[in-house]
Design a binder for this molecule. Structure first.
Ligand SMILES: O=C(O)CCC(=O)C(=O)O
Ligand SMILES: [Fe+2]
Length: 340
């Protein structure tokens, strides 16, 4: 890896961006939150009456069918923990190049790695983003610095896994499957969780650069917490929509393996990140997937014979992750390979 975007923006009074950060035009029309991403009340889902729970499961079904994205409120993960996690990620990015050097330029399945863009070894142009990615489950890893990162990230990841577990139960039910179907079929108790911190420093020419290109996520559910600076856009009914999260909510999206499991009923959704010239956007993401050894196929109860054939072939999750992470990030190109 060469310089990070952070180094680039801090080393000089940057007035224009280096040519390698120029990406093809993306100034296509964006609808500014005309339509609100659906909101799911986690507290009512888990602690409400049976009627309240089934109402939320209905909401979840509509959200998964119509959007593939939803905001989870009242999730019980303390705001102070989320803020602490975010600050520790910022502190990580502030470490010196020497302190980060152990984690630079690593293979995609290395437990801790940091870098810039998505995969600079295969990219012709770079994205305006620095990242830190850590495998945190089933085996927990953490960088040695900054102080406190290990304890806080361990707690944060545990708490978000709990939220994911409950959401997966509800999503199973919303598909008409047993509550524990996904947990059992995909061995999510030993599921892979990745903690990703994304940093998008201010960009002098935001219209020429891109924080992250249109892509879908591998895995089942991605949970995203962001600071107060927007930038996430999602493709909804053919248009890009600015997805502005409510304070203290998680933005959740369906991953490719939920699309496979549901045989295309719940689709993973394209999203991207645009940058701005004013302030740094930071996001803390957990990507929650099946066990690395699980071969994900459409749920047998969701496929019939003639009128409802399986639409995706199975692939081991580990192979899928390696495939996606070692190529350029490009729409839903990975999932497209599995379509029958
Ligand atoms: O930082 C964001 O807003 C989105 C990040 C993202 O899409 C990802 O890490 O997969
Ligand atoms: Fe993503």
């Amino acid at each position: 890896m060469g310089r990070t975007v952070k180094d680039l923006t801090e080393s000089s009074d940057l007035k224009s961006i280096p040519s390698e950060y120029i990406v093809p035009s993306h100034a296509d029309e964006v609808e500014e939150a005309q339509q609100q991403v659906p909101i799911i009340d986690y507290n009512l889902l888990t602690l409400g009456s049976p009627e309240q729970r089934s109402k939320i499961i209905d909401n979840l079904r509509s959200a998964c069918l119509d959007w593939g994205f939803f905001m989870v409120i009242n999730h019980g993960v303390p705001e102070s923990l989320i803020n602490e996690m975010m600050n520790l990620c910022l502190n990580f990015f502030d470490l010196s190049p020497e302190e980060k050097s152990d984690y630079v330029g690593k293979h995609v399945l290395n437990p801790i790695r940091c870098g810039t863009s998505f995969n600079t070894s295969v990219e012709n142009s770079y994205f305006w983003r620095d990242y830190l990615k850590i495998l945190v489950h089933p085996d927990f890893h953490a960088p040695l610095k900054p102080d406190g990162f290990r304890e806080t990230s361990n707690e944060y990841c545990k708490r978000t896994r709990e939220v994911v577990k409950e959401l997966l139960k509800a999503i199973s039910e919303s598909l008409g499957l047993e509550e524990d179907y996904i947990e059992k079929a995909l061995e999510t108790k030993s599921g892979q969780q990745i903690l990703v911190a994304n940093l998008y420093p201010p960009c002098p020419q935001p219209e020429l650069a891109m924080g992250m290109p249109p892509h879908s996520d591998h895995g089942l559910l991605t949970l995203l917490a962001q600071n107060e600076i927007g930038g996430l856009q999602i493709k909804h009914k053919g248009k890009w929509i600015a997805a502005n999260a409510l304070p203290n909510s998680f933005m959740v999206n369906i991953g490719d393996h939920m699309e496979i499991l549901s045989n295309g009923k719940y689709k993973s959704i394209l999203h991207r990140v645009v940058v701005n010239n004013k302030a740094t956007r930071v996001t803390v993401v957990t990507a929650n997937g099946p066990s690395l050894d699980a071969v994900v196929t459409p749920a047998s109860n969701l496929v019939g014979f003639e009128n409802n054939p399986p639409l995706y072939q199975g692939m081991k999750y580990k192979e899928y992750v390696e495939l996606q992470e070692s190529n350029q990030l490009d729409g839903k190109s990975c999932l497209d390979r599995l379509r029958i």
